[in-house]
Design a protein around this ligand. Structure first.
Ligand SMILES: NC(=O)c1ccc[n+]([C@@H]2O[C@H](COP(=O)([O-])OP(=O)(O)OC[C@H]3O[C@@H](n4cnc5c(N)ncnc54)[C@H](O)[C@@H]3O)[C@@H](O)[C@H]2O)c1
Length: 348
């Protein structure tokens, strides 16, 4: 197979994916699709590709894969249609709002040998998680004890009737929309989440959903996590992320710089890690820097292309159960937002 011929469906955020794939060595966008025909025509003209309805592109042997960027609620049903047509899917976070629907479609895709990838959790661990796994093993860091994770951006949004205005479709909005990256990282690092409680508030937003939120998580084994996501902070960076993970015998700190308005690209296009630990009676300090392409939340197009060519999961690929677990955390968070109490994470 030469370049994988992809159709991109859902062109609001999806338009940036069409742009991102313009010079991709492995994948080319040949068709675009949106319920809004005008939008589809405009994007097709701008990026020199065709348009098609979902039914047409699923029946088209000239399409090898689908990029699916529709809203999260009901996305599992659309993924199922793609898988039934034998089309691999690259989609986006959060995969679904319903953990049971997510698990069912991911298991179905595995049973058919059709890859379904997304950016959070990514199919294979991102650069910083790989490094933390390595340190954990090399220096016997032991059991995880606690983690703090945060990200933020500066939005001043107004209500527009989209899914982002509906607390049922977009629970504790900043966590659902941005903190989902952290949830994926925390599950990888800390294991099974058992219980969550969320606090959320509206400070500047014109939407009915919150713009400031904090999620607490208790993991099996007793580790505790706290995750902060906000649309309220303007410090010149968009989506910077920070994390501190404490293990029995060491601490790892992460600083991921977001795209900044005023500094050269090289200054923010990286993720820095710092380890302090005690191993065999010695104090150890190490640092590690990973590139922007490798960081959490990136779309792993090369891995997607490889999975499409193999027709089977990549060695070490994230399991359907772990993807669904992140959505089960979101579901418990949604219940906690309504009840105001801690809620159990219920596995589908
Ligand atoms: N950095 C990122 O990875 C990133 C950034 C922004 C949004 N997202 C994700 O992208 C997804 C979409 O977000 P959005 O803000 O673009 O949503 P949106 O509701 O604004 O846009 C969705 C688009 O999909 C189209 N659509 C819906 N159902 C369709 C169908 N059945 N067939 C064809 N077209 C259909 C709509 O007409 C609309 O143009 C969300 O899951 C969001 O979290 C990811």
């Amino acid at each position: 197979m030469d370049r994988i011929r992809c159709a991109v469906v859902g062109l609001r955020f999806g338009e940036s994916i069409v742009k991102q794939l313009q010079d991709n060595a492995e994948i080319c966008v040949v068709k675009v699709c949106d319920l809004d025909r005008e939008k589809a025509d405009r994007v097709a003209a701008e990026y020199n590709c065709g348009t098609a309805s979902l039914d047409e592109l699923l029946a088209d042997p000239g399409i090898d894969a689908v990029g699916l960027y529709t809203p999260p609620v009901g996305r599992a049903a659309l993924i199922k249609r793609c898988v039934e047509s034998g089309k691999p899917v690259m989609t986006t976070k959060p995969l679904e709002r319903d953990p049971a629907a997510a698990l069912e479609v991911l298991r179905f895709a595995r049973s058919r040998g059709v890859p379904v990838h997304l950016n959070a959790p990514s199919p294979l661990p991102c650069g910083e998680l790989r490094q933390i796994d390595l340190w954990k093993q090399k220096y016997a860091l032991g059991r995880p004890v606690a983690v703090r994770w945060e990200t933020y951006v500066h939005y001043r949004e107004q209500a527009d009737g989209r899914w982002l205005d509906d607390p049922d479709q977009c629970p504790a909005a900043p966590v659902f929309r941005l903190g989902i990256y952290g949830i994926a990282e925390l599950i990888h690092l800390m294991g099974r989440p058992e219980e969550v409680q969320v606090f959320a508030s509206r400070i500047f937003t014109g939407r009915p959903t919150p713009d400031n939120a904090e999620l607490s998580i208790r993991f099996a084994g007793g580790a505790l996590g706290s995750l902060f996501a906000s649309f309220c902070v303007n410090d010149g960076h968009s989506y910077p992320s920070a994390m501190t993970v404490h293990y029995e015998s060491g601490t790892v700190k992460k600083r991921q710089y977001g795209p900044a308005f005023a500094v050269p690209k090289a200054q923010f296009d990286r993720v820095e890690l710092e380890l302090d630990c005690v191993c065999d009676g010695q104090c150890i300090h190490e640092t590690f820097t990973t590139s922007a392409e490798e960081r959490s939340g990136s779309y792993q197009w090369r891995n997607f292309a490889e999975a499409v060519r193999r027709g089977s999961p990549l060695p070490g690929e994230v399991s359907p159960e772990d993807v669904a677990l992140g959505i089960a955390v979101i579901d418990a968070m949604r219940r906690s937002e309504v009840s105001g109490r801690p809620e159990q994470v219920v596995l589908p």
